[in-house]
Design a protein around this ligand. Structure first.
Ligand code: FRU
Length: 502
């Protein structure tokens, strides 16, 4: 009898315990600024997305993580997984620092041919390559404190075994030498890796992910050099050539830059060109930006997704990432974006659009006839206009705070103005109006706008001009007003409620 009672008691307290945990989790993920359809860590600091690889129906997202506090610190690889790029589950920390240093940014691949020899019993090894940052060396004033290491996983990314021969690429004496992004180069059946080295990138190749040979450097006199080059990526994309009507392809080199972005601080530039397995070449003369807003950084693509290329970025800016008013957790990722190429006149541009999987959490779109309506965040807004006139879309609350998205015909630029968006005084650079060029002359404009609790992502002209911006309104925005300013009319507007993923 006694034993039965004790058993019931244990059962009850266990159930209560898990119930509490679940309730706690639900509360945690509903805090004031917590994104409802973007990934953010339950607690503590997050920066760059790392090691993204698709394996056996699961998208892995590792990330720069400080488990000890909500500001940047000793870097580990945090881990989250998703089956649809939208619903994320945070997993235990994947890679921990060791005697070679903390774990900075890098990438991961599925080594299907077991070139590394790490595979066992037919299990395809996931192999991660990352920078080890030796804080002791850094403090001692050395130049060679960033080296490249590898680790492998035979249990779908849960646990990682570091390679005994680390580091696999030793620092040649370049202070900033980091963020290896690895890809399989099928024409020559070898691995290719691109690495940031101060304000250029270097290409390496390898037969087995362990032995690397330097092939070339790129970028000395090209692109923007207002700061350090970081987190590069190299992808190949197809597009339809307008002139010949034929399927063509181009290589795209993505280079993150901090500082020196068009709207200040961190940003992502890209180069369209060719790659022959050793050298990247381009005849692009202008500097191109993947996202003109202030808050999309360190974005790179998933590996092992075939021809489909999906990028996710860190949705903030090094200017204020450590100070945004969220406290317990800091910083979220952008919506995953599908990258494509689009020809405009003689030039080929990179476009980004939210992944189609987002549809799974969207309710039925509602047409807004007179430009104004009440909204509940999170939501998606779609604007279409058959003119190229000035317009502005205000998101506002009862506290007189507003965020304005619009287009200025005179300068042919889109903008996001967050000067009066809510809390802005935690950093002097935060309150600002940010600008982005319109890149097509098409008559008429279309914009898709994703609004979460503390972020807005604007995809204009089918993803040719993109702007991402975070904001911290003191109460949630609950009204929108869209207006074509010259004609005093209301362009077509659709409002779609988006469901929370938590
Ligand atoms: C980019 C970056 C990377 C580095 C990591 C450190 O945001 O500076 O270059 O590996 O963050 O956390």
């Amino acid at each position: 009898m006694k034993i039965k009672k004790i058993a019931i008691l244990i059962c009850c307290s266990f159930l209560l315990g898990t119930g509490n945990l679940l309730a706690q989790h639900a509360v945690q993920m509903k805090e004031q600024y917590r994104p409802q359809f973007h990934f953010s860590p339950q607690k503590n600091w997050m920066n760059d997305p790392n090691g993204m690889v698709y394996s056996n129906g699961v998208y892995h997202l590792f990330f720069q993580y400080n488990p000890y506090s909500s500001v940047w610190g000793p870097m580990h690889w945090g881990h989250a997984t998703s089956k649809d790029l939208i619903h994320w589950q945070q997993q235990p920390i994947a890679i921990y620092p060791d005697s070679l240093g903390t774990i900075f940014s890098g990438s991961a691949v599925a080594d299907k041919n077991n070139t590394s020899g790490f595979g066992k019993n037919g299990q395809v090894p996931l192999v991660a390559m990352f920078t080890q940052h030796d804080t002791v060396g850094e403090k001692a004033g050395k130049n060679d404190f960033q080296n490249q290491s590898i680790a492998y996983s035979l249990d779908e990314g849960k646990t990682w075994i570091k390679y005994a021969g680390n580091p696999v690429i030793k620092n040649p004496g370049v202070k900033d030498f980091r963020d290896p992004k690895v890809m399989w180069f099928e024409p020559q059946k070898k691995w290719v890796m691109v690495l940031a080295a101060r304000d250029i990138v270097s290409f390496y190749s390898s037969p087995d992910l362990k032995n690397w040979t330097k092939e070339s450097d790129f970028g000395k006199d090209l692109g923007a050099h207002g700061g350090g080059w970081e987190c590069p990526d190299l992808i190949q994309l197809d597009y339809n050539d307008n002139k010949t009507g034929k399927l063509n392809h181009r290589w795209v080199l993505i280079v993150n830059l901090n500082p020196g972005a068009p709207n200040g601080g961190s940003g992502t530039q890209y180069f369209i060109g060719n790659f022959d397995g050793k050298t990247f070449t381009t005849d692009q003369k202008d500097t191109r930006w993947m996202d003109y807003g202030p808050d999309n950084y360190a974005g790179v693509t998933w590996s092992n997704t075939g021809k489909r290329k999906i990028l996710i970025g860190w949705m903030t800016n090094w200017l204020y990432a450590n100070q945004v008013p969220t406290e317990k957790w800091r910083n979220a990722m952008t919506i995953p974006r599908e990258l494509r190429l689009k020809q405009v006149g003689e030039s080929v541009f990179l476009t980004s659009k939210p992944v189609a999987e987002l549809a799974a959490i969207q309710s039925k779109p509602v047409s807004v006839a007179n430009g104004s309506t009440k909204i509940t965040l999170p939501c998606r807004l779609d604007i279409s206009m058959n003119t190229n006139n000035d317009f502005s879309l205000d998101l506002s609350n009862d506290a007189n705070e507003k965020l304005v998205i619009g287009y200025d015909k005179n300068s042919n630029q889109y903008f996001i103005d967050r000067s009066a968006s809510g809390k802005v005084d935690f950093n002097k650079d935060f309150a600002a109006k940010h600008w982005a060029p319109r890149l097509t002359n098409n008559a008429g404009m279309n914009l898709t706008i994703l609004v979460d609790k503390s972020s807005v992502e604007v995809f204009a002209d089918d993803g040719l001009t993109v702007m991402t911006s975070v904001f911290f309104s003191t109460t949630p925005y609950k009204f929108i007003h869209l207006q074509e300013n010259e004609k005093n009319t209301f362009p077509k507007l659709k409002y779609t409620q988006v469901k929370s993923i938590w």
